[in-house]
Design a protein around this ligand. Structure first.
Ligand SMILES: Cc1cc2nc3c(=O)[nH]c(=O)nc-3n(C[C@H](O)[C@H](O)[C@H](O)COP(=O)(O)O)c2cc1C
Length: 188
């Protein structure tokens, strides 16, 4: 697939299934991530791969987060959280590990992690896979971050759910952009 086709046709599939990217495809996905723009060459990215049976333990972390934040959550709601972890065969947790003692603002380091996440989604898409970018309250939960081996101060920018789309995409809705653009300084 041409890069421009990946950029202009990427979408998030509704349902993902096996196969997940194998090690060769994962290598290309991570190669894409580390080509994200990175002010100061700080490499402010961390990637945690969750796959196979580890997804069930990840689902348990999501359920524990819900329980901590919504004490009244019933078993059905907890089960829904657990099931989220199984909606794709592979999850990549994308985090920003920002340096505070440099002149590059933290927001720029976090934006770089967001750019890395987008690059990974596009790489997955170009390789015939699909990725969904999710967050939710769990992404901002310190206990969950620590359970994933991340450190205090790391920011999870997204959970990328990656797999093979279960169905062919419907006809894509148009995505207008002209109203978002202005041409400053040009005569009208
Ligand atoms: C930082 C970020 C967090 C997101 N979190 C969620 C989320 O928790 N749940 C969700 O349904 N969509 C979330 N989205 C949006 C979807 O990933 C997706 O972009 C959106 O549904 C539009 O679909 P598309 O990718 O086909 O354009 C998030 C997007 C971004 C950039």
């Amino acid at each position: 697939m041409q890069a421009i086709d990946a950029l202009t046709t990427r979408y998030s599939a509704k349902t993902l299934q096996e196969p997940a990217p194998d090690q060769g495809a994962l290598r290309l996905i991570f190669e894409s991530a580390v080509h994200a723009p990175d002010h100061g060459r700080l490499r402010p990215w961390r990637f945690v791969v969750v796959r196979g049976a580890a997804r069930e333990r990840f689902g348990e972390l999501l359920a524990q987060h819900l329980q901590r934040t919504h004490a009244a959550a019933n078993e059905e709601a907890l089960q829904r959280e657990r099931a989220k972890a199984l909606r794709a065969p592979l999850i990549i947790v994308v985090a920003a590990r920002c340096s505070r003692d440099v002149k590059i603002p933290v927001i720029e380091q976090q934006l770089s992690a967001g750019a890395a996440a987008h690059a990974m989604m596009l790489a997955a898409f170009a390789l015939g896979f699909n990725a969904m970018w999710k967050t939710g309250g769990a992404a901002y939960d310190e206990a969950l971050r620590q359970a994933l081996g991340l450190t205090i101060g790391d920011a999870i920018v997204g959970f990328l759910y990656i797999g093979t789309p279960a169905a062919r995409p419907a006809i894509a809705a148009a995505r207008p952009w002209a109203d978002l653009v202005s041409y400053w300084g040009e005569a009208t």
